[in-house]
Design a protein around this ligand. Structure first.
Ligand code: DGT
Ligand code: MG
Length: 588
């Protein structure tokens, strides 16, 4: 699994892989260069300071002395330059990979099915796009670099030590397995903590996000205190898990630190003995001593590296889940484009539907035909399956049984994008973007003219209230702009659905919040559209349904009555009761 995560990361560095390898070489180089100063120092000490001929050497080889000092300065400058450029490379590559993955994920999310959004919570998705992605970037920019750095420094120093005095080097090397053992145990304990921490972070973000979106409900119920408490609990759990995760390292830290701190002591004792026995020169001892940190520090870093690696492991699993998530509803092989406009004939043939996560179907054996240009009204009590039914037409969900045809062709044989572009949908929950009213109406077709926007607003009986606003069509709505009433939002959403001149118009309770007078205007507008379209209108009011070519009454997911207003009245069933209730007349 780990290998595939790294491979995934590598794939996402496309275009920057060469640069990244250069960066890794840079890291190797500047760490090997760390050895040059102690090396030159060793030469200076042995030749000019403590060696037998130190005094005479200083006289005769003066230019070598200055040469060595100049080399030291130049090498240091060179090393700093390499470090600087190297940092830039890591930053550039990691940001490029992050950019690529983020865009890819966003694209992926846009293409997911509706079912996807009922499984993943917004806060969790946001965490994947932010915190988790940052952990992935950190892997490229810091973890890999620190591993290479530690490895390069440790190996180069060890090799150098072996060349100077293999016995002393071997004793130093013997400490390594102890560190590896400790780090292995640490990894086993810290890995589950990082997974838990990641979950807690997502829960915290979800709590914050839901609360911010739902602030009106909170205020209405005066539940601020309760919400603060709820958040505080998530926050404290996150904080607690964070501390626990850090404390895992603290359990191992003393052992690693002891081993690391033992290195100078070993050098002092064993190196001192070697020095006394003339098995080590003073310069060599100075080089050992000057580089002992290069052995100890990588050991110390291992804990941190492992911690960050586990953070990456937990986060990348979440990111990759999204990265590889495939929508279930896709274009079938051989699916065709839509040439010109659809006529808009819709046929449901024995359609049944069950939500994947539900036990029982919500729609049973639905069959009806809407001829091109007709108006179909769907009526039924709440929860009977009206929204579920219309969601099948743009293929937001697939029927579990039966087929749906548009213009005589199974909808599965159309490409999804052109199919959806032919359908204008005003959903039950209206969502407007933080944009101008004009921008919202023109959402589906940014190229329509201002006059057209106005025309569609007129059809939707929205022109009046929009033109009364101080900035008219340029008024910003949504989060940042002025608020709109429920009925006003519905009318803008209707204008938005009309603005794409769809072949099929679906209105899900779109006039539920407008008054009767306005509704009449809207009905009038819909009857006189300047393009042909089949309308499927979910409505509770008889005033909306009575002019429909076909009224479907849906009860518990079944069509129990179907016909025109007059036909259904004469049936004296559900529809008849609704009409009596709404008109207040005893007998019709
Ligand atoms: P409404 O809008 O209140 O008048 O009700 P309808 O007729 O539009 O009802 P609908 O189609 O939203 O829901 C029918 C049933 O399906 C209801 O029992 C709730 C359930 N349902 C709706 N959406 C989902 C979903 O995404 N997943 C699952 N598992 N069930 C759902
Ligand atoms: Mg509904």
């Amino acid at each position: 699994m780990k290998k595939s995560k790294l491979r995934w990361l590598w794939e996402n560095m496309e275009g920057y892989r060469g640069l990244y390898i250069l960066g890794i070489f840079g890291t190797l180089l500047y760490n090997v260069l760390q050895l040059t100063v102690p090396f030159v120092t060793q030469q200076i000490i042995d030749l000019f300071l403590s060696g037998e001929n130190a005094a005479s050497n200083l006289e005769t080889k003066r230019s070598l002395f200055f040469g060595l000092i100049a080399a030291m300065v130049l090498l240091t400058l060179f090393r700093v330059t390499v470090v600087y450029l190297d940092c830039m490379i890591y930053e550039k590559v990691s940001q490029a990979a992050l950019y690529r993955i983020r865009n890819f994920l966003y694209n992926k999310m846009q293409r997911q099915d509706m079912a996807f959004y009922s499984v993943y919570r917004t806060g969790d998705l946001m965490t994947r796009l932010t915190g988790d992605l940052d952990a992935v970037r950190h892997m490229i920019a810091w973890v890999v670099r620190t591993i290479i750095e530690s490895f390069a420094l440790y190996s180069a120093t060890m090799i150098y030590f072996f060349f100077m005095n293999w016995k002393l080097a071997l004793i130093m090397l013997m400490m390594s397995p102890i560190i590896f053992g400790i780090i292995f145990l640490f990894k086993k304990q810290v890995a589950p903590k990082h997974k838990l921490l990641r979950e807690k972070m997502a829960t915290l973000n979800t709590a914050a996000q839901e609360n911010i979106s739902g602030n009106r409900v909170v205020k209405a119920f005066a539940k601020e205190e309760h919400e603060i408490e709820k958040f505080d609990q998530c926050n404290s759990e996150y904080s607690k898990t964070n501390i626990e995760t850090s404390f895992v390292w603290l359990r191992f830290f003393p052992f690693v630190e002891t081993v690391a701190n033992l290195m100078p002591v070993i050098l002092l004792v064993i190196g001192g003995l070697f020095l006394i026995n003339d098995q080590l020169t003073m310069g060599e001892y100075a080089a050992f001593s000057g580089l002992i940190w290069a052995i100890a520090n990588p050991m110390r870093n291992m804990g941190n590296v492992m911690n960050e690696f586990q953070r990456f492991d937990a986060a990348s699993a979440k990111v990759m889940e999204l990265y590889y998530a495939e929508p279930k509803i896709v274009d079938l092989p051989g699916a065709c484009d839509i040439e010109g406009r659809l006529k808009g004939k819709i046929e449901f043939k024995n359609v049944s539907f069950r939500y994947e996560d539900a036990d029982i179907p919500v729609l049973h054996d639905i069959s009806f035909t809407a001829e091109a240009g007709q108006t179909i009204a769907i009526m039924g009590e709440t929860g009977c399956g009206k929204t579920s039914l219309i969601n099948l037409i743009p293929r937001f969900y697939e029927p579990t049984e039966g087929e749906i045809y548009i213009d005589g062709k199974n909808i599965r044989d159309y490409k999804i994008q052109p199919l959806r572009k032919s359908i204008g949908l005003a959903t039950q929950d209206v969502l407007l973007y933080s944009d101008t009213i004009d921008g919202n109406i023109a959402y589906g077709d940014a190229n329509i003219s201002a006059d057209d926007v106005r025309k569609f607003a007129k059809y939707s009986a929205a022109e009046d209230f929009i033109s009364k606003m101080p900035e008219g069509y340029d008024t910003i709505v949504g989060e940042r702009g002025v608020g709109l009433s429920g009925g006003q939002k519905q009318r803008i959403s209707l204008a938005r659905a009309l603005a794409i001149k769809p072949s099929i118009l679906i209105l899900d309770d779109t006039t539920s919040a407008v008054d009767l007078e306005t509704e009449k205007t809207i009905q009038e507008g819909l009857r006189h559209l300047d393009f042909d379209c089949t309308k499927i209108i979910i409505a509770q009011r008889v005033s909306t349904t009575k002019n429909a070519d076909l009224i479907l009454v849906l009860q518990d997911g079944r069509i129990t009555e179907a016909g025109t207003h007059e036909q259904l009245l004469s049936k004296r069933g559900y529809y008849y009761d609704v009409v009596r209730l709404q008109t207040g007349e005893e007998d019709i």
